[in-house]
Design a protein around this ligand. Sequence first.
Ligand code: GRF
Length: 199
Amino acid sequence: MLRVLVCVSGGGTNLQAIIDAQKAGSLGETEIVRVISNNPDAYALTRAKEAGIDAVCVSPKEYGNREDFHKALLCAIDEAKPDLIVLAGFLVVVPKEVISSYRNRIINIHPSLIPSFCGTGYYGLKVHEAALERGVKITGATVHFVDEGTDTGPIILQKAVEVHPGDTPKELQLRVMQQAEWVILPEAIRMIAAGEISI
Ligand code: GRF
């Protein structure tokens, strides 16, 4: 049984896709053991609670300095004894102590076809604004392993999505989520649970 911990910051639609995939039996031998958010107001926490999943908030605002926040985050992760950590719209830079403790066991969903529109400053709607600004005809999403860089770890899955003429950033974001993110993130977890992924 693969013990999966999901880190979130916002609406949690990617978390919901994982929950729904597990309920549908398409995640294989997995258990979502904990959801952690840095944001107490994240609707993702509500989604977790409604699914009966242990939901924890570790907010940087609760700690006097970044180091104490990092220690608390690592402690909340270790407590759940995860085999895999999934960053699903998590807007916190993962502390290096977490990356070294969970080397090659952290994955992230990024809303573009890496190496396009990724790296520092490219998150959420900004990614789609940049894609529209550049005028690309195809964009998409990427699931990759997390290393010490920003969106730089080995790529696991990608899925392309068409940009439509006149798309607003919001319209493009929703299409990328619906057609790509919510498909490849659960699939990557299934592949890892099935032992189909090696680095
Ligand atoms: C969205 O911008 C999504 O593209 C990216 O993270 C943001 C929040 O996603 N992966 P979610 O609804 O919280 O999963």
